[in-house]
Design a protein around this ligand. Structure first.
Ligand code: E4P
Length: 213
C-alpha cells in the first residue's frame, strides 16, 4: 500500500519525506486554508520536494470551469493530479481529462456505486472517506471492502485511495482490505513509530550496551 501524506504543511512533508514515508500528497481547500499560504506557491513548493503524485482540488461547479482550473494546475508541477468532486459535472470533467492523459482523483466518495461511476469515467484514483462515514455511525471500512470487490470483479485499473484516515487502525484496515493507497495526516503517520515495547526495548539495549561499550 502506498502512503500519501494528507497535508499542505511543507515542514511536515519534508519531515515525512526524509523518513521515506511520502509516495504522494493529497491536498484539499481546507488543508490549504490550514497551511495559511498561497495555493499556487504551496503546490509548486510541494511539487519541488515530492516526485510522486500531488492531488490539487478544483473548485468550480461546472465541468468547463474544472477543466480551466486543471489547465492551470498542471503548469504548477509535472506530477499534478486533478482532484474532482463526485458530481455529474465532475464526471464529465474526469472523462475529458482522462482522454487527454491527465490523472484524476475523484473525491468525496461515500458509496460503492459512486466509486464504480468514477472508475467507469476513467478516474486514476477514487477517494472513499472512511473517517467522515465513521463520524455519522456508518462503518467507513466497509466501503473500502465493497469497492475493492467491485474493482476486482471487473479488473478496473482505478486505484482505491483510502481518505479521511484518522488513526493507525484505519491505516491497518486499509492495508488488510487491499486499498492501493492510504492518505494520512502527518500526526497519524508519525504515530506508527510509537510502540511502548519498541521504546522500552531501545532503553534496555542502550543500558546493556553500557556494560561492554
Ligand atoms: C483527502 O484527499 C481528503 O480530502 C481528506 O483525507 C479528508 O479528510 P477529513 O475527513 O479528515 O477532512
Amino acid at each position: 500500500m502506498k502512503f500519501f501524506i494528507d497535508t499542505a504543511d511543507i515542514s511536515a512533508i519534508i519531515k515525512a519525506n526524509e523518513m521515506g514515508l511520502v509516495d504522494g500528497v493529497t491536498t484539499n481547500p481546507s488543508l490549504i486554508k490550514k497551511a495559511g499560504r498561497d495555493h499556487e506557491q504551496t503546490i509548486r513548493e510541494i511539487s519541488s520536494i515530492v516526485s510522486g503524485p500531488i492531488s490539487v482540488e478544483t473548485l468550480s461547479e461546472t465541468a468547463e470551469g474544472m477543466l480551466k482550473e486543471a489547465d492551470q494546475y498542471i503548469t504548477w508541477g509535472s506530477n499534478i493530479v486533478i482532484k474532482v468532486v463526485m458530481t455529474p459535472e465532475g464526471m464529465k470533467a474526469v472523462r475529458a481529462l482522462s482522454s487527454r492523459g491527465i490523472k484524476t482523483n475523484v473525491t468525496l466518495i461515500f458509496s460503492p456505486l459512486q466509486a464504480l461511476i468514477a472508475a467507469k469515467s476513467g478516474a486514476t484514483y477514487v477517494s472513499p472517506f472512511i473517517g467522515r462515514l465513521d463520524d455519522i455511525s456508518q462503518p467507513g471500512m466497509e466501503l473500502i471492502t465493497q469497492i475493492r470487490q467491485i474493482f476486482d470483479n471487473y479488473d478496473l485499473p482505478t486505484e482505491i485511495l483510502a481518505a479521511s484516515v484518522r488513526n493507525p487502525v484505519h491505516m491497518l484496515d486499509s492495508a488488510l482490505t487491499g486499498a492501493d493507497v492510504a492518505t494520512v495526516p502527518p500526526e497519524t503517520l508519525f504515530q506508527i513509530f510509537k510502540h511502548p515495547l519498541t521504546e522500552s526495548g531501545i532503553q534496555k539495549f542502550l543500558e546493556d550496551a553500557k556494560a561492554w561499550a
